[in-house]
Write a protein that binds this ligand. Structure first.
Ligand code: N2P
Length: 357
């Protein structure tokens, strides 16, 4: 009987440790859980050295995936197939995701570094009280161009892009909201316009830009512009900053008809498996030294007031990348126009892309 009992204990112990071992393997292979942290961010939007530093400090293993538009990110998150612990949407996407119940509340007591964020970037209308999102980067959307390649011509407005002499010279990023917004602004409409006739007009105006459009691309836009494969790019400010460091013949303009002022914040999607780790990561990215290192690496503007002290003066005093409150007030933030209008923006943009082929 004794023998039988010890055999039973042995078998029980063995199966228990087997179960434990499988669990360990599962989590280290990235099935999510408390040893891993899964992050979903824009491409080229973090200094990889910071991921290593975070892993070292916390013992967590980071699984990192990227997207290149809010639309692509929202589709993936709402389908729920993949689960993420932290994601970095822009303001209108945050508002939409909140509406759809896709985000978890953030526990501010676990984010002490929140005190370093400039008040200007807190408590904005898309997320009052920052209940569901914490600032990461911010910026504008505008035109980067190579004056030398354009025979010395200067660009100051969206409407300049339709100049017939710029044939095959314009690169666009692949974002429905951004490109439709640019066309709306060029017509002096709001980039939050919901009037379908205006949206149609914007799409027709985009069709007229087609001869000048060389390609609609993702993050490779930076390489193409830096290598002078095209003279003009419609880009986010931080991408412009990064390529201007590489090629000094490039300049960035905020078009005079106005443009978009955007905010990208960190959120915890509802399907998150490591909520504690997500808070740790958000707090880590808000550490002023980490935030400064990240801003210097990617070229984007940090909302972290304390981090500005660690950044070169030429960068933080450059109105093109750190627009003053006065200038920023003249720019427009994307609003969430509701599901059907948003779908209409996407549809028109898709039609424009197909029209090119
Ligand atoms: C970085 C993309 C920045 C996103 N490649 C702007 N919202």
């Amino acid at each position: 009987m004794k023998k039988l009992l010890s055999l039973f204990v042995l078998v029980w112990l063995a199966s228990f440790s087997l179960l434990y071992a499988t669990k360990m393997i599962e989590s280290s292979e990235g099935y999510g859980g408390n040893n891993t942290l899964t992050i979903y961010n824009w491409g080229d939007y973090i200094d990889p050295a910071l991921i290593k530093k975070f892993e070292k400090e916390t013992g967590l293993k980071v699984i990192y995936q990227t997207f290149d538009s809010n639309e692509a990110m929202m589709t993936k998150i709402s389908q729920g197939g993949a689960t993420f612990d932290v994601a970095v949407p822009s303001e209108y996407a945050i508002s939409k995701m909140k509406e759809e119940g896709l985000l978890l509340p953030i526990d501010h007591s676990k984010i002490p570094n929140l005190r370093y964020i400039d008040e200007r970037f807190l408590n904005l209308s898309f997320d009052p009280g920052n209940e569901h999102s914490i600032p990461y980067f911010w910026g504008t959307f505008g035109i980067v161009y190579n004056r030398a390649l354009l025979g010395g011509k200067e660009i100051t407005s969206w409407n300049d892009l339709w100049d017939p002499s710029f044939k095959n010279q314009v690169l666009l990023i692949d974002g429905a909201r951004e490109i439709m917004g640019m066309a709306l602004n060029s017509l002096h409409y709001s980039l939050n316009d919901t009037n379908r006739a205006h949206l149609q007009q914007a799409k027709q105006k985009l069709d007229k830009l087609t001869p000048n459009v060389k390609a609609i691309v993702g993050d490779e836009i930076k390489m193409l512009l830096a290598n002078e494969e095209a003279a003009i790019g419609i880009v986010w400010s931080g991408d412009a900053a990064e390529i201007m460091w590489e090629n000094e013949r490039l300049d960035y303009v905020i078009p005079k008809e106005g443009t978009n002022l955007w905010f990208d914040n960190m959120v915890i999607p509802k399907t998150a498996k490591n909520i504690e780790g997500a808070h740790q990561f958000i707090n880590f990215m808000l550490d002023p030294k980490n935030a400064a290192q990240n801003a210097e690496y990617v070229g984007y503007s940090t909302p972290n007031k304390k981090a500005l002290e660690y950044l070169p003066k030429e960068i933080v005093e450059d109105e093109r990348f750190y627009p003053s409150e006065q200038l920023a007030d003249k720019l427009e933030v994307y609003e969430n126009p509701g599901k059907s209008t948003l779908a209409y923006y996407n549809e028109l943009f898709l039609q424009f892309k197909m029209h090119r082929k």
